[in-house]
Ligand binder design. Structure first.
Ligand code: ZN
Ligand code: ZN
Length: 464
């Protein structure tokens, strides 16, 4: 039986050092957190099931409390894993033209690409759709089984550290959209039959989203390893890095760090990333590489179609134009958005953010810039739609000279663009957006009232 962990009583009350702006006040008995996006030092309010705590400055969600988190995640992870097994075990789609048919299983999308010597694209499909979600689900089941039995299974800490890294790369939902686009593309030219796995895959994609949303990382780490005492003299409502503090991106613990050398979280052992000023070189390097890859991605064909001996190569933009000409506006808009607008807008937005963080003034407020960054981070994965369309069509349409589809050279460079832009967004440090912003609150009591209002749905008792 899991009992909820108290969110208070971690540190004993003590006096903090007054700043130039603030009067001495008692430090909170609550657990401290550093906002991952704006570096503000905060104290977690007491949260009930279904409530969440948001940063008062950038509105980043710090914690989202779930009802019965272990049992909920365990049930969802089991159901998702069963749906995944069913999706792999049965036929996914079948294609029939002039009496010659071809049926595929889900894994054929990757193996067909591999047999045509496109290992990068094949690996991307296999990892994002099957392997990483499968690892994630098994890891979650391992952790939750230990917690529901009140006896952790071996290596639980190490496994818990990997969960956050896998989440952005799981793309079953994008694959569903890719499948629908593929079906619309070929529905007029052949008989298409949806296999049992198609339906179980749709269920799997929805369940996978519900499973990732069910994970309460704060609760999870509190059960794996209760939080040690908060650092002394921490001043709420101010930048953590200016106080020599850094929040752990994995377990959330606030650690005191020295300015020299690398530091690790004293609870989970993860490498800490204290803020040392604007450093977007990695993001810029990845963006530069993605711009270079974007040129061949558009200049070379992404797909080569052979129909009755007639071979036709189509670029990404050529495919969009073809849909427009055939009157398939919705599908043309989906491909145009996912394959052209999203990568270009993402690269431009990140480049602009990298430039603007060094400027004291900007046309957009820090909050608007932060929202732009969040949108950039969120939309990047949807560009994989076109890669999945190619993978499905290549596996499905293999009827020799009658009709067949092969990937073009652009498939490799476009996959590289998606991966590189996703990495660039992950490595961009949003804390630099708030560099020229004054601390939002002048003293602790103001900050405390903001903290209560930030957990908009919470009705927690006062803690300061
Ligand atoms: Zn924040
Ligand atoms: Zn940690």
């Amino acid at each position: 039986m899991i009992t909820d962990v108290s969110l208070v009583d971690i540190a004993s009350p003590e006096q903090i050092q007054p700043s130039a702006h603030s009067a001495p006040v008692k430090v909170s008995r609550r657990r401290l957190r550093v906002c991952h996006e704006c570096d503000l030092l905060l104290a977690l309010p007491r949260l009930k099931s279904g409530e969440k705590a948001e940063c008062p400055r950038c509105q980043h969600t710090l914690v989202r409390r779930q009802t019965n988190p272990a049992e909920r995640s365990l049930a969802l992870a089991f159901a998702t894993l069963i749906a995944l097994v069913l999706s792999v075990a049965f036929p996914f789609l079948s294609f029939n033209i002039s009496g010659i048919g071809n049926g595929i299983a889900l894994t054929d999308t990757a193996s067909a690409l591999m047999s045509l010597h496109y290992p990068l694209v094949a690996l991307s499909v296999l990892l994002t759709v099957i392997v990483l979600p499968c690892l994630y689900l098994c890891s979650l089941i391992w952790l939750c089984v230990g917690m529901t039995r009140n006896k952790l299974l071996p290596r639980s800490h190490r496994i818990a550290r990997t969960l956050g890294y896998m989440t952005p790369w799981m793309m079953a939902d994008v694959f569903v959209i890719g499948t629908l686009v593929s079906l619309i593309k070929i529905i007029g030219m052949a008989d298409i039959e949806l296999g049992l796995s198609f339906w179980t895959f749709c269920a799997y994609a929805i369940l996978l989203l519900l499973t990732t949303q069910s994970v309460d990382r704060d609760w999870l780490w509190q059960h794996l390893d209760p939080e040690p005492k908060a650092p002394n003299h921490a001043q709420l409502g101010f930048s953590a890095s200016l106080q020599g503090l850094a929040g752990c991106n994995t377990c959330g613990l606030v650690n005191r760090v020295s300015s020299l050398g690398k530091a690790r979280c004293k609870r989970c052992g993860e490498l800490l990333h204290p803020y040392h000023g604007v450093n977007n070189q990695a993001t810029l390097a990845l963006l530069f590489a993605s711009v270079l890859m974007y040129l061949p991605a558009n200049l070379y064909p992404i797909m080569v179609t052979t129909s009755l001996g007639d071979t036709q190569a189509s670029t990404i933009l050529g495919g969009v134009l073809m849909f427009f000409q055939h009157g398939d506006w919705p599908i043309a808009i989906i491909i145009l958005t996912a394959s052209v607008l999203v990568p270009v807008c993402k690269m431009l937005a990140l480049l602009w953010l990298c430039y603007i963080v060094r400027q004291p003034k900007s046309v957009l407020s820090p909050l608007s810039r932060n929202r732009l960054y969040r949108i950039t981070e969120f939309i990047g994965r949807w560009s994989m739609v076109d890669v999945f369309v190619v993978a499905i069509l290549v596996a499905l349409i293999r009827n020799g000279s009658l009709m067949s589809v092969e990937p073009g050279a652009a498939a490799i460079s476009f996959t590289a663009v998606v991966i590189l832009t996703m990495l660039a967004a992950i490595l961009f440090d949003p804390r630099s957006i708030w560099l020229h912003t004054a601390p939002p609150l002048t003293h602790i009591s103001q900050h405390a009232s903001s903290t209560k209002s930030l957990s908009s749905t919470s009705k927690e008792e006062p803690h300061v």
